[in-house]
Structure formats: C-alpha cells, structure tokens
Design a binder for this molecule. Structure first.
Ligand code: ADP
Ligand code: TZP
Ligand code: MG
Length: 275
C-alpha cells in the first residue's frame, strides 16, 4: 500500500491543511439557501475560511447563478413554501450540493420536503444525531425535539450508514464526536467543544463549511466533510481559549478559523478511520 493510502491521523491532518489551503486559494463560490437565523454566522464562517458566500434564494436567479457556483448549500431551518421551488431548482443545477435537514422531524410537511430534497442527490447530508435518526427512519414522531439534538452522535451511526447506503450521499452526524460515512467507511472527527452547542446555527455553519470544502475539491466528499468538521471543531477549541461564554466564543471561533496555520492544523486535527 502506498504510504499516502495509509490514513493515519497525520495523513488526515495533512489533508485537512491541503483542503483548507485550497479553499483559501480558490475562494469557492457557495450559494447558500439557508435559514434566517443562520445567515450571518454562515456567511461569516465561510468568509473567514476563505470561501465566497452568496445568500441568493430568488427562483428567478437560480438558472443564471447556481450553475456558476462551486457548490450549493441548502438548509431547511426556517422552512417556507415560498423558498421550496428555489431549493429544488438550485439542488438540480448540476453543481455539488450539501444538505442540512434542520429539525426534519418537526412536522410531516418538513419530513416530506426533506425526503424530496434527498432524492435530488446531495453530495453530503449533515445533521445532528436526532435529525439523522429521524431522516433515516422517515419518522416525524414527537420523541424528537426541535432544532437541537436529544441523542448522542454514536446513537445515529447505524442510521447514518443506512442513509448513506440507500441514498448514495456521504452522511455526517455531528456531536461530541462527529461521524462521517459513505455507507461503507466510517470516519470520526473529535475536535470541538461542548459550548459550540450554545451558539445558534453552529451546525448550519459547519454544513456550509462542508459545502465550501466540497466546492474547492469535489473529488472526495467523505474526506472533504471530515476535514471541514475537524477544522470547524478546531476553530472552536482555539476560540474557547479566549472565550467567556457563547457570544465571545462565536467571535473567537470565527477569528480562529481565519487564522489557522499549517502547524496548528496538522498537529491538532483529530480524524481517524474506524476499523
Ligand atoms: N459536545 C460537543 N463537544 C464538542 N463539539 C461539539 C459538541 N456538540 C456539538 N459539537 C460541534 O458543534 C458543531 C454543531 O454541531 P451540533 O450541535 O451537533 O449541530 P446542530 O447545531 O445542527 O444541532 C459541530 O461542529 C460539532 O462537532
Ligand atoms: C433556532 C433555529 N430555528 C430555526 S432554524 C434555527 C437554527 C438552527 O441552527 P443549528 O441547526 O445549527 O442549531
Ligand atoms: Mg442543525
């Protein structure tokens, strides 16, 4: 086996740095049709990482704009019937796209919408554990909460694998440990701090970062998703060194994302391929 094929933690650290550098060098254009709560942190996280965000959601603009993007990001957090045609059109524009099924179990309608978007073949689906469990089981029952998870990421690992197998997408479950799978391989990313759950839309922001990584290098969505999750978690760890609470963590996380250097990334990214 080629030395490069042995996916040690050091290999992942180098890949994470190469992909972050590709985002900085190429500034991938990411169309974000995302929820109203998340727009600010999504755009700022993408800019800090080196990508170029554009929050365009008018249906009339999709035919001109979406095909020009390096990646499309679709997030149903503040779902409205008005935006659905734009979501469907942007997802069908022929660009790699990444899906965040926020609160998929909140209603039968939201579940139906998410399943119909899933049929449009996202490259990556990223959700918290409750969202991935619900999506995989197609269940909108009331044991699921709203946008926050009531499960650990490990609870959703088998569901993530099943979803990836049935859908052909890479599926990422976030949490204390993030799991990323293509249905066969499973990778874990263990960066991050618990306080990230106390900032609204960090999940939305990391899904957008996955879209930026896929846009910069669409060749391997599993690697792109794992590296984006680890990089975002690492920015959270560094941000936490200066933060006093959620509001200052939000600021310091974005600053850390902007300032990450090679030594820090290669030595602190914690990704491994599970046996
Ligand atoms: N307990 C935790 N420890 C460390 N990082 C966490 C923890 N919970 C969530 N994260 C990180 O916070 C970000 C948002 O994940 P999560 O809270 O699961 O998504 P969502 O906001 O969609 O519910 C991810 O980068 C994830 O890795
Ligand atoms: C609070 C809220 N309500 C609708 S969307 C949203 C943001 C959800 O963000 P995240 O999924 O990253 O927690
Ligand atoms: Mg979420």
């Amino acid at each position: 086996m080629d030395e490069d094929e042995v996916r040690t933690e050091a290999w992942w650290g180098r890949r994470a740095w190469v992909l972050l550098s590709a985002v900085r060098a190429r500034a991938p254009l990411v169309q974000c049709i995302t929820n109203l709560v998340s727009m600010d942190i999504v755009a700022n996280a993408l800019l800090a990482a080196g990508a170029s965000p554009a929050m365009l959601h008018c249906l009339r603009e999709v035919p001109d704009f979406s095909p020009r993007c390096d990646a499309v990001y679709i997030n149903v957090g503040t779902l409205s019937e008005d935006w659905l045609p734009s979501m469907r059109a942007a997802a069908s524009a022929g660009r790699p796209w990444v899906f965040d099924p926020v609160a998929v179990a909140a209603s039968g309608f939201r579940m139906e919408v998410c399943l119909s978007l899933l049929a449009l073949r996202p490259a990556v689906v990223r959700g918290n554990a409750s969202e991935i469990l619900a999506l995989a089981s197609r269940s909108d029952n009331s044991s699921f909460k709203g946008v926050d998870s009531s499960h650990d990421s490990s609870d959703a690992l088998q569901a993530a694998k099943a979803l990836a197998q049935s859908n052909g997408a890479v599926v990422a479950v976030s949490g204390a440990v993030d799991f990323i799978t293509d249905g066969v391989q499973v990778v874990s990313a263990s960066n991050g701090v618990p306080m990230m759950q106390k900032i609204t839309a960090t999940g939305c922001a990391v899904t957008a970062l996955i879209a930026a990584f896929v846009g910069a290098d669409p060749s391997d969505a599993l690697v792109a998703a794992a590296c984006a999750l680890a990089i975002f978690g690492l920015a959270g760890e560094i941000g936490m060194e200066s933060a006093k609470g959620p509001a200052s963590l939000r600021m310091h996380l974005i600053d850390a994302l902007y300032s990450l250097d090679e030594q820090t990334v290669t030595s602190r990214v914690k990704i491994s391929l599970l046996p």
